[in-house]
Design a protein around this ligand. Structure first.
Ligand code: MN
Length: 196
């Protein structure tokens, strides 16, 4: 399969000032594109040539895994944002968060702590685990919850390329601002799919 860069569901400047147009142009236009180009080149002539992205993530190792997982993670990440979002989820997802962490604010604190404390490059995740419960995880490098039979709901990219142009070394400030652009309608739908 030849993979291509998915369109963004918003204009390149729509997430400003939280994520600048310049960061989108590099992060989406160059980094995300590069993972997809690398993957297309790497799978040529291999057993993965005709597989889906999810099948490649579940079965590949090394460079093929890294580029496939980064392609998937970035698509998932960029589809989680909107300029017109609400400040917190509603319905079943909010109830599940409150059941797990007491309050939405406490969930935010723990998610931010996971994202901030991840050493080096990687991803913080909110997942539905194998017991159908919400869990916060963090994965180094190209880590992806699908390899652990977890269903991802939300992720923050804490590779420096995600924030360095706008926030330099201030990862905690970037994380704090990201809450303003989460598309909770999308996350709620992912949750409903995950637990049905
Ligand atoms: Mn990234």
């Amino acid at each position: 399969m030849n993979f291509s860069l998915p369109e963004l569901p918003y204009a390149h400047n729509a997430l400003e000032p939280v994520i600048s147009q310049r960061t989108i142009e590099y992060h989406y236009g160059k980094h995300h594109q590069a993972y997809i180009n690398n993957l297309n080149n790497l799978i040529k002539g291999t057993e993965f040539e005709d597989k889906t992205l999810e099948q490649i993530i579940q079965n590949a190792e090394g460079a093929i895994y890294n580029n496939a997982a980064q392609a998937w993670n970035h698509t998932f990440y960029f589809q989680s944002f909107t300029a017109q979002g609400k400040q917190k989820p509603e319905g079943k997802l909010l109830e599940a968060i409150q059941q797990q962490w007491g309050t939405f604010e406490q969930f935010q604190n723990e998610f931010a702590a996971a994202a901030t404390s991840l050493f080096g490059s990687g991803w913080a995740w909110l997942v539905v685990n194998q017991n159908k419960q919400l869990e916060i995880t963090k994965e180094p490098n190209a880590g992806n919850p699908l390899t652990k039979q977890q269903i991802p709901l939300l992720t923050f990219d804490v590779w420096e390329h995600a924030y360095y142009l706008d926030y330099q070394n201030q990862r905690p400030e970037h994380i704090k601002q990201l809450w303003n652009i989460i598309d909770w309608n999308v996350i709620e739908k992912r949750y409903e799919q995950a637990v049905k």
